[in-house]
Design a protein around this ligand. Structure first.
Ligand SMILES: Cc1cc2nc3c(=O)[nH]c(=O)nc-3n(C[C@H](O)[C@H](O)[C@H](O)COP(=O)(O)OP(=O)(O)OC[C@H]3O[C@@H](n4cnc5c(N)ncnc54)[C@H](O)[C@@H]3O)c2cc1C
Length: 432
C-alpha cells in the first residue's frame, strides 16, 4: 500500500472525533469573537493537532502554541529506528506549516498557570492571557519508581521513552555493544504511554541482536504479571522468531520483578524477587505521570488529569482542556492516535465556545500497530464513546497468533500509511 494522503488518513480514522465536522463557514458570532485567545501547551500529537484544526476551522481565533522544541521527534516509529527499519531524520517534524496557517509559535516552556486569572507564565518571563487553555504536555517520569535511577543515570541507561537524544543514545549503545553483551530492559508499571511500546521495542532490539550480535541476548524485567496489549501475538514472536534471544521475566506476584536497586556505575540491576543482572546496555522505562505543568496548573488528581469524556474539558478548572497522555481517558490507551482523535473533539468544543459553531457528539478512535519483524506487523484498535464516566470501547479488533505472512505484510504497509497520514494531520503538512 502506498503512503496515505490526508484524505485517505481521514477515511482510516473514520468516525474519529470531529473529523466529520465541517471546517468552514462562520456566523456573525465568530466575527464578534475574532480576538478570542486560545493558548495550547505542548506541540506534540495532541496539542499540534488542536492548533491545526482550530486555525483551519476558525482562522480568526488567536491561537498560540507553546512548545520549547523547534522540532518534534515522534516516539511513534522510534522503535523501528532502533530496529534499523527507519532513519532518525524520518521521525523529526517541524512547525513551519502550522506557523504558515497562522498559529503563533512560542518556543518556550510554560512555567506556571493561573486558572483563576487565566494566564500562562513563560520561561522567557512573558505572561500570556487566554480565553481557553489546552494542555497536552505528554508525560514526565516518576524517577523514584526505580531506586537508583535518575535523570543523570538516564545519560548512561537511557529510557528512550521521550524521543530525541535519548533514542539516539540507546541506538548508539546497541550498535557499540560487543557481541555477547546482555541488553536489559526494565518495563514500566501501568498506566504508561503506548501500552504495546515496550513489547514492540523488545522485538526491535531482538531483531538487532539476531542480525548483528548473535551471541547477545535481551533480558526483560517487568513489574506486571502479563503483557497488557496484544499479549498472544507478542508471546508468539518471543517464543518463535526470537527464541533463545529474549528472556522475559513477568512478575509472578504484583511487582515481584519491579526493581529493588540499580547501579548506573556498575550496570547491575536487581529485582524485588532477587533476580540480578549485569547489563552491557540498559533501557530503563520508569513509571509515568502527566507532564509536570499539569500539576502546577492544579488540574491533576494523583498522577493524571481527570476530564469529561464528552470534550476533554478539565474536571478541575474552567475553560481548560487536557488531552493526550496527560489525561485520564480510560479505556482509551495513551497513544498518538488517541491524542490526535481527542484533539479534534477539543477543537470542536472550543470552536463551539468561542466561534459560535455547532458542537458535535464526541466519537473517538484508536489503532496501535506494532512491528514484530521485517514485513510482519500486528494491530489492535477500537472506537470509543463517552458512557457512564468512561470512554467505552466498541467494534474492537486485534491481530491473532498464526496469521499468514501476507496479512502481516499488509498490516505493516498499513502502518507506514498511518504514520505519513498522521504526521501530516498533526503538523498541517501539505500532502501531494
Ligand atoms: C516507544 C514508543 C512508541 C510509540 N508508538 C506509538 C504508535 O505506534 N502509535 C501511537 O499512536 N502512539 C505511539 N506512542 C505513543 C505516543 O508517542 C504518545 O501517546 C503521544 O505522543 C501523546 O501525545 P501528547 O500530545 O499527549 O504528548 P507528546 O506527543 O509527548 O507532546 C507533548 C509535548 O509537550 C511539550 N511540553 C511538555 N511540557 C511543556 C511545558 N511546560 N511547556 C511547553 N511545552 C511542554 C513537550 O515538549 C512535547 O513536545 C509511542 C510512544 C513510545 C514511547
Amino acid at each position: 500500500m502506498k503512503d496515505l494522503n490526508r484524505r485517505e488518513f481521514g477515511k482510516l480514522i473514520g468516525v474519529a472525533g470531529a473529523a466529520s465536522v465541517p471546517l468552514t463557514g462562520f456566523g456573525n458570532f465568530a466575527i464578534a469573537q475574532a480576538a478570542a485567545k486560545v493558548v495550547i501547551i505542548g506541540g506534540g500529537a495532541g496539542g499540534a493537532t488542536v492548533a491545526h484544526y482550530l486555525k483551519k476551522g476558525s482562522p480568526k481565533l488567536d491561537v498560540t502554541l507553546v512548545e520549547p522544541g523547534k522540532q518534534y521527534t515522534t516516539c511513534f516509529f522510534s522503535n523501528l529506528y532502533l530496529g534499523g527499519f527507519r532513519t532518525y531524520d524520518s521521525l523529526v517534524h517541524r512547525y513551519d506549516d502550522l506557523a504558515k496557517l497562522g498559529v503563533k509559535m512560542v518556543h518556550e516552556l510554560a512555567t506556571g498557570i493561573d486558572t483563576a486569572k487565566k494566564t500562562v507564565k513563560l520561561s522567557g518571563g512573558r505572561t500570556l492571557a487566554y480565553d481557553n487553555l489546552v494542555l497536552s504536555p505528554g508525560i514526565d517520569f516518576k524517577w523514584e519508581s526505580v531506586p537508583g535511577y535518575s535523570a543523570e543515570a538516564a545519560e548512561k541507561m537511557p529510557h528512550a521513552y521521550k524521543a530525541g537524544p535519548q533514542t539516539q543514545l540507546l541506538k548508539k549503545q546497541l550498535e557499540a555493544m560487543p557481541d555477547g553483551g546482555v541488553v536489559v530492559m526494565v518495563n514500566p508499571p501501568g498506566p504508561y504511554r503506548c501500552p504495546p511500546g515496550p513489547y514492540e521495542r523488545m522485538c526491535m532490539i531482538a531483531h538487532h541482536i539476531k542480525t548483528k550480535k548473535p551471541k547477545s541476548k535481551l533480558v526483560v524485567l517487568d513489574p506486571k504479571k502479563d503483557i497488557i496489549s496484544k499479549g498472544p501475538v507478542f508471546k508468539e514472536a518471543f517464543e518463535g522468531i526470537y527464541k533463545n534471544i529474549i528472556e522475559i521475566n513477568l512478575s509472578t506476584e504484583i511487582d515481584s520483578h519491579a526493581i529493588a536497586r540499580l547501579d548506573a556505575k556498575t550496570m547491575e540491576i536487581e529485582t524485588k524477587a532477587g533476580k540480578k543482572v549485569k547489563a552491557a546496555v540498559a533501557n530503563i522505562i520508569p513509571a509515568q505521570k502527566a507532564g509536570e505543568i499539569a500539576a502546577k496548573a492544579g488540574v491533576t488528581e494523583g498522577d493524571w488529569c481527570p476530564v469529561n469524556g464528552e470534550d476533554f474539558s478539565s474536571k478541575k478548572a474552567k475553560d481548560v482542556y487536557v488531552l493526550g497522555d496527560a489525561s485520564i481517558a480510560a479505556e482509551m490507551p495513551k497513544s498518538a492516535f488517541s491524542a490526535n482523535s481527542q484533539a479534534k473533539v477539543v477543537a470542536n468544543a472550543i470552536e463551539a465556545a468561542l466561534a459560535g459553531k455547532q458542537k458535535f457528539p464526541a466519537r473517538y478512535r484508536n489503532t496501535c500497530w506494532s512491528m514484530l519483524a521485517p514485513n510482519n506487523s500486528v494491530k489492535v484498535g477500537a472506537n470509543y464513546t463517552p458512557k457512564e464516566g468512561k470512554l467505552a470501547p466498541a467494534d474492537g479488533f486485534v491481530s491473532k497468533p498464526g496469521e499468514d505472512a501476507a496479512l502481516r505484510k499488509q498490516t505493516f504497509e498499513e502502518s507506514l500509511g498511518w504514520y505519513s497520514g498522521i504526521v501530516s494531520d498533526i503538523f498541517a503538512k501539505k500532502v501531494s
